[in-house]
Design a binder for this molecule. Structure first.
Ligand SMILES: [Zn+2]
Length: 351
């Protein structure tokens, strides 16, 4: 049941992009599930199942993660993994009109040398992989551990992203490392950036993309984090909504967008902005990006609905309100338009 000012069916039929989806379910340690994947055909079938679902949700473009180490470490040839996923990618475009690109993730709880070996193993398939990422257990496995691997990857022409999971002990430090030491273009999850005003400013100024996963947050953190997401959107940061691992968390992209729209009472125009962000930070050639953005803009115009959200005082949830100390509320003038950049986030206490 939707309570926010979004037309019924609007999210379902909106042309979409998804940038954070794990095809092989590796980061969550789904061992039994992963061990069943052995042949090129297994990887093909797995990816096609996702692409069919994506097509049914009007996902026009997807960048999807895979974790070769989870398979090569079991004796599965790299070629079987990339072969199956790449063939599915081609068929998804030809048969389903879903365009996709593959991002190879390294398992951060394995040694950096292993990641480097995997990177070298991927080079014959360089034209089938758009970028590299980093996932799995973040504790004691900071971005800096993989500095050399990512430097080499950049040299080989790969685009760079990394996970900084929600609520990790060193999440803010890890996001800084992603920017200063690695030079990523995007951060996967990365929601803790709003705890550090200077970091939020940097994310804003450098147009760093954020791929958040609300339904996944409900399982791995404490709730959807919809209010935090709204704050990031207002700031504005290049924040997007994604499904992470739908088979595990039980919600695809439509469900994730709907959950956030409901919880944060997003207007239709804000839902569109989330999706525009996704196409804008996608690793697409400019002409293709413009094509999808035009399709989205046309859809938004055709189904326009003025925002009927009533102003309820401060646009910020209590935890994010830019108070200095208890009780002192700032003058609430602009309703969520992010009038004065960094000041919105300046004094959040870590209490
Ligand atoms: Zn993930």
């Amino acid at each position: 049941m939707r309570s926010g000012p979004v037309r019924p069916g609007f999210i379902e039929h909106m042309p979409k992009a998804e940038l954070h989806l794990h095809l092989d379910g590796v980061p969550l340690g789904r061992a039994a599930y992963v061990s069943a994947l052995r042949t090129e055909r297994d990887f093909y079938d797995l990816a096609m199942a996702y692409f069919r679902k994506a097509a049914s949700q009007c996902i026009r473009y997807a960048e999807v993660f895979f974790d070769p180490q989870a398979h090569t470490s079991r004796g599965v040839p790299f070629e079987a993994v990339i072969g199956g996923f790449h063939r599915a990618r081609d068929d998804a475009f030809a048969e389903l009109d879903v365009r996709a690109q593959l991002i190879m993730c390294f398992l951060r709880d394995m040694p950096a040398e292993d990641a480097m070996r995997t990177l070298e193993e991927s080079l014959p398939y360089r034209d089938k992989i758009i970028g590299v990422g980093l996932d799995s257990d973040e504790r004691d496995n900071p971005p800096i551990k993989f500095k050399d691997v990512f430097e080499r990857a950049r040299g080989e022409g790969y685009r760079l992203t990394m996970h900084c999971d929600v609520g990790q002990a060193d999440s803010v430090d890890h996001i800084w490392q992603c920017l200063d030491d690695i030079g990523v273009e995007r951060v996967d999850h990365g929601m803790n950036c709003i705890e550090d005003a200077a970091l939020a400013v940097r994310m804003h100024d450098d147009l760093i993309g954020l791929t958040t996963c609300p339904i996944s947050n409900r399982r791995t953190a404490d709730g959807l984090k919809a209010d935090e997401l709204k704050l990031m959107l207002d700031y504005p940061l290049k924040v997007t909504v994604n499904s992470d691992d739908p088979a595990h968390f039980g919600g695809n992209l439509t469900e994730n967008l709907t959950a956030v729209a409901d919880a944060a009472h997003l207007c239709q125009s804000e839902v569109v902005r989330l999706m525009r962000n996704a196409f804008e930070i996608a690793w697409l050639p400019a002409a293709d990006r413009d094509h999808y953005l035009a399709e989205l803009a046309g859809y938004a115009t055709q189904n326009a609905l003025p925002c009927s959200r009533r102003s309820a005082g401060s646009p910020y949830p209590p935890a994010m309100a830019p108070t200095t100390r208890k009780g002192s509320v700032p003058p609430a003038t602009s309703a969520g338009s992010g009038a004065s950049g960094g000041s919105l986030l300046r004094s959040r206490s870590h209490a």
